[in-house]
Design a protein around this ligand. Structure first.
Ligand SMILES: [Zn+2]
Ligand SMILES: [Zn+2]
Length: 169
């Protein structure tokens, strides 16, 4: 969804969006992703657009230890200033930009809300998702899910009689 800068009224524009995430380049990051519900407040700022808002969705990803599918909530708030010039001097914009505001280039005077959501969803996915904090993962020898059953291939304990000699081995 694209918003033309010229369509934003002086008092700003509030939008609610439900984005069906048909995004390219995200294959394999999740098993499924619910539509992304987002609210935006867009304002003209300098020669660009200041976009603030929040989104929420649910992703199904695979646990990094046991590969079970887990459903995780993904949500965040954002504040991004889209400036009119990619590399040129920022001019007045710099003093309007607090530290926590991201600054991006505004292409063709249009803001791509879909791209903004895509980026923020990706940033908020866990790098190593876990089905639960104490997930025991898969047995490295026989591959069973140790959350469900325990297998017989325990790593043998060293013989206690040899323990005093262990530092010599
Ligand atoms: Zn797990
Ligand atoms: Zn095993």
């Amino acid at each position: 969804m694209l918003v033309e800068r010229s369509r934003i009224p002086p008092e700003g524009l509030d939008l609610r969006v439900c984005e069906e995430p048909r995004w390219e380049g995200v294959e394999g990051l999740w098993t499924s992703l619910d539509p992304v519900e987002a609210s935006f407040h867009l304002e003209r700022k300098g020669g660009g657009i200041l976009a603030t808002g929040a989104f929420v969705t649910t992703a199904v990803v695979l646990c990094s230890r046991c590969s079970e599918a887990v459903s995780i909530p993904v949500s965040d708030q954002f504040e991004v200033l889209y400036g009119g010039t990619p590399n040129g001097p920022r001019g007045d914009d710099s003093e309007l930009t607090p530290e926590e505001t991201d600054v991006e280039f505004l292409e063709d005077d249009r803001l791509d809300l879909s791209g903004l959501l895509r980026e923020n969803v990706l940033l908020n996915l866990p790098l190593q998702p876990l089905c639960r904090a104490e997930c025991r993962g898969l047995c490295p020898r026989c591959g069973v899910n140790l959350n469900e059953i325990s297998c017989q291939c325990r790593i043998p304990e060293p013989d206690p009689r040899l323990r005093p000699l262990q530092h010599l081995l």
